[in-house]
Design a protein around this ligand. Structure first.
Ligand code: GRF
Length: 209
């Protein structure tokens, strides 16, 4: 733990490759943040063991509902667990729940998400599949601040890649994922070092305060 770095928690529901990219970047010093907690709505999410294997506390909290959202009571438990660890920033990394007012208010302007498309195109489930089926020639990923919508918050960073003649949906998916990992580490670094200012829909890069 570097006491000068802010505390970062990660919410994830599945595999956790983006979470792993953030944790490894923090361990190597590339990302100036202290990961304090990985939280999942899914007790069987591989991300939980992955985080523990990297020495980061990981826990499951029941969502209280089968799909889409957390119940307000369970959301309060998420807020409590995050606050207990002194969380200052939250990164969603494949967290399959829409956040409600409890979390959004408790961490206003301090929650980021990674999405596998060039938003505002193809929000929601399976961004790469949607893009592939639409026949796009350029795909990519987006990091954005989280608001009450689904993948609608102010955009922090985007990386675009060309769809290549020999691409399949799977090859495109893995090439986008590779970009997600790098883009997320860079964007979270900008956020936790105070280099971002939100003005309406636009996110400006500023000198750290
Ligand atoms: C990623 O494609 C991310 O952009 C999306 O969900 C997927 C999670 O993958 N929100 P992983 O669990 O980080 O490997």
């Amino acid at each position: 733990m570097n006491p000068e770095f802010p505390k970062l928690s990660i919410l994830a529901s599945g595999r956790g490759s983006n979470c792993e990219a953030l944790l490894r970047a923090a361990a190597s010093g590339e990302l100036p943040a202290n990961p304090v907690l990985v939280l999942s709505d899914n007790p069987d999410a591989p991300v939980l063991d992955m985080a523990r294997s990297l020495g980061v506390e990981a826990m499951h909290i029941e969502p209280g509902r089968p799909r889409a959202r957390l119940t307000p009571e369970q959301e309060e438990r998420y807020v409590e667990a995050l606050r207990d660890r002194g969380t200052e920033w939250i990164a969603l990394a494949g967290f399959m729940r829409i956040l409600g007012p409890g979390l959004l208010r408790a961490f206003a302007g301090r929650i980021l998400n990674i999405h596998p498309s060039l938003l505002p195109s193809f929000p929601g489930l399976d961004g790469v599949g949607q893009a592939w089926r639409a026949g796009v020639q350029v795909a990519g990923c987006t990091v954005h601040f989280v608001d009450e919508g689904v993948d609608t918050g102010p955009i922090v960073a985007q990386t675009a890649i060309s769809v290549l003649p020999h691409d399949t949906e799977d090859s495109l998916r893995s090439r986008v994922l590779e970009q997600e990992h790098a883009t997320y580490v860079q964007a979270v670094t900008l956020a936790v070092t105070g280099c971002l200012r939100i003005e309406g829909r636009r996110v400006h890069r500023v000198s750290p305060v």
